[in-house]
Design a protein. Structure first.
Length: 448
């Protein structure tokens, strides 16, 4: 071995020894610290920082009395660890603000009592469980800004859910019993459903409902006062011949909503200043007179569809109509009325029907009973009468009528653009041919 090799070996050994000394210096002592031994892990409360109501220790934060099985008196997180059978007036009473109650998938059952109730002006969260046979499943009707999530109520006597001011409800359902949901003002409900029962959603002013469903209700599916919003909501299979599937007061907006296969007087009946857009009334029927898919009272319908409205009464233009103007000042634009047992559109005074289509209705495609209306650019096909104008001082132009028993029936005293019946063109092959209609751009067209 050369001197160089020996020097390299000695250097490597020195480096390894220095590294070992450094590790030993960093290692902790194996001797226990002085004093008593103390726990170093997390407590059970730290791992699960919630209170199990069914096994709650005797303390001021969870009590009971003759009226309630469990009374929550302090803010915090609480849960159920088993089903709860209610034999008192209330199963779980919440008396504190800031309570989160997780039912953990368990059921609260009662013979008429309230499942969960909260006092006035608190804000609570209730989620993840079900209620059966209660008077009201969850009653937070006096609270403000509460939240309900992933809850189901069945066979509740008065209501599945009672919501307070500004409550949010998501993915909740009510089956059978009475009303599905009562909601105070400014509440928001998303992906909720009411199946069976005597009514679906009865809400306060300024509520917003999205993707909600009512099926097999014997009453009004969606009942709302002023300023409410409905988007993509559905009412179907209703019975009882209620006034409407959707009933609103003034200033409401309905978008993409559907009323189908209901026995109701109206699919939609709305007040003043409402907007309906892309809504559908399909296959509804009624035993009441003057029924229709839509009745508006000083509102506007854009792109709405009324198909197959029927009546069990004698056939008249007012029974099973598509669209009805319940008062003046309505706009119907881009709408379709098809195959209804009454008139397609039936309007009184000072309304607009524009760019709409009425086809295969048993009475007139458009029936104008009053004056000062504008009837513009509509398509009227295969109705008993295309356009029937019974009032005066109306303005009629740019309409197209074909294959109606009578295309136009208009009394004197109206402003009617020239009615033109174009000649039938010869065969066309190329870039020339056809026949002149008219130079009047406002002319009405009549075709056999």
């Amino acid at each position: 071995m050369t001197d160089l090799d020996r020097r390299l070996m000695l250097g490597a050994a020195g480096i390894a020894g220095a590294a070992l000394a450094a590790r030993l210096a960093q290692a902790r002592s194996l001797n226990p610290p002085p004093g008593p031994v103390a726990p170093t892990g997390k407590t059970t409360d730290q791992i699960e920082p919630r209170i199990d109501l069914l096994n709650a220790p005797a303390a001021a934060n969870v009590t009971s009395d003759a009226n309630a099985h469990y009374i929550i008196n302090d803010p915090g997180s609480y849960y159920l660890s088993a089903n709860l059978a209610v034999s008192k007036s209330v199963g779980i009473q919440i008396n504190a603000d800031g309570v989160v109650l997780d039912l953990s998938g368990f059921q609260v059952s009662a013979a008429g009592g309230t499942g969960v109730a909260a006092v006035a002006d608190v804000t609570v969260v209730v989620r993840n469980g079900s209620f059966s046979g209660c008077g009201i499943g969850v009653d937070v009707g006096a609270t403000r800004g509460s939240r309900l999530e992933d809850l189901a109520a069945s066979d509740c006597v008065s209501a599945g859910f009672s919501l307070g001011y500004g409550t949010q409800a998501a993915r909740c359902s009510a089956r059978s019993g009475a009303i599905g949901f009562y909601a105070n003002e400014s509440s928001a409900l998303v992906d909720c459903a009411a199946i069976g029962g005597s009514g679906g959603f009865v809400v306060g002013a300024g509520c917003a409902l999205s993707r909600c469903l009512v099926d097999f209700s014997s009453g009004i599916a969606f009942d709302a006062p002023d300023g409410c919003t409905f988007r993509d909501c559905t009412a179907r299979n209703g019975s009882g011949d209620a006034i409407a599937a959707f009933r609103t007061d003034d200033g409401c907006t309905l978008t993409g909503c559907t009323a189908s296969a209901n026995t109701v007087k109206y699919g939609f009946v709305v007040g003043e200043g409402c907007t309906l857009r892309d809504c559908t009334a399909y296959g509804n029927a009624s035993g009441q007179s003057a029924s229709a898919g839509f009745q508006l009272a000083g509102s506007a319908a854009y792109g709405c569809v009324a198909v197959g409205q029927a009546t069990s009464l004698a056939a008249t233009k007012s029974n099973g109509a598509g669209f009805v103007a319940g008062s003046s000042g309505n706009v119907f634009e881009g709408c379709l009325a098809r195959g209804n047992t009454g008139a397609g559109f039936q309007i009184g005074a000072r309304n607009v029907v524009a760019h709409s289509h009425a086809v295969n209705n048993a009475f007139a495609g458009i029936d104008v009973t009053g004056g000062d209306n504008v009837i513009e650019g509509n398509r009227l096909s295969a109705n008993s009468e295309g356009l029937l104008v019974e009032g005066t001082a109306n303005t009629v132009f740019s309409n197209y009528a074909r294959l109606n028993l009578t295309n136009y029936s208009i009394v004197a005293g109206n402003r009617v653009a020239t009615i033109v019946a174009p000649a039938v063109a010869a065969a066309i092959n190329g870039s020339a041919g056809g026949t002149a209609f008219t130079t009047d751009t406002y002319a009405n067209i009549a075709a056999s």
